[in-house]
Design a protein around this ligand. Sequence first.
Ligand code: IPE
Ligand code: IPE
Ligand code: MG
Length: 245
Amino acid sequence: MTAPHACLPRHIAIIMDGNGRWAKKRFLPRHAGHRSGVDSVRRTVNRCGELGVEVLTLFAFSSENWQRPEQEVSLLMQLFMTALKRETKALHRNNVRLQVIGERSAFAPELQAILQESEQLTQHNQGLRLVIAANYGGHWDIAQSVQKLAEQVAQGQLKSSDIDCQQIASHLSLADLPNPDLFIRTGGEQRISNFLLWQLAYTELFFTDVLWPDFNETELDRAIAWFASRQRRFGRTGDQVEGNA
Ligand code: IPE
Ligand code: IPE
Ligand code: MG
């Protein structure tokens, strides 16, 4: 298969929402939706690899999701662990480099170890960079960057007057990667839910009612085609962008 459009986003970031409602519609427990969502992750990763997308960032668990019922949280952790154990080899075979962002010290030691193993195994791969945001929050990301800068100031390595946007950006979780070009949120809600707040400053936002377990290659291609039709102006005028001014 070829790219649906010549203008391919380098970085796609997705809020995978709607698992619970997908299950509810089928009179199934919520975890059935989360399980089925793993298949959508596989499809999306493969399609992005096929198209030549450079980075795919998936929001798997927010810093606010701890507030869910204990049983759902523990099932999500279990699912995260089994999916990683099962899929890491295939990811590695497909030249995918896996990276996890978020406050991982809150995870069980076994899960932390698996995350580290998966990252280490795939660290030299040159294909798709798959970023999983787990126990991630956009507020946390900015706060941890500022904390690092504050430490540098305290140690006399940096002047507080030198702290600027670039400095803050350079300590964020995705500092070494381009900002997302295309954001997709499934499940019908039109909000950011504390995902990549800083990095989404100029991202094109695509919202779809499709529930995450129903998300597939066709939907992804539709989002990419929509992206290709946008004019990105970054504060300039349309004429400037088109070269008429
Ligand atoms: C997204 O689906 C998965 C996570 C947040 C972990 P939800 O579980 O939020 O599904 P809905 O929004 O309740 O349908
Ligand atoms: C956002 O979905 C987080 C993830 C998909 C991991 P939520 O379902 O938690 O978002 P809200 O609570 O509806 O905003
Ligand atoms: Mg939700």
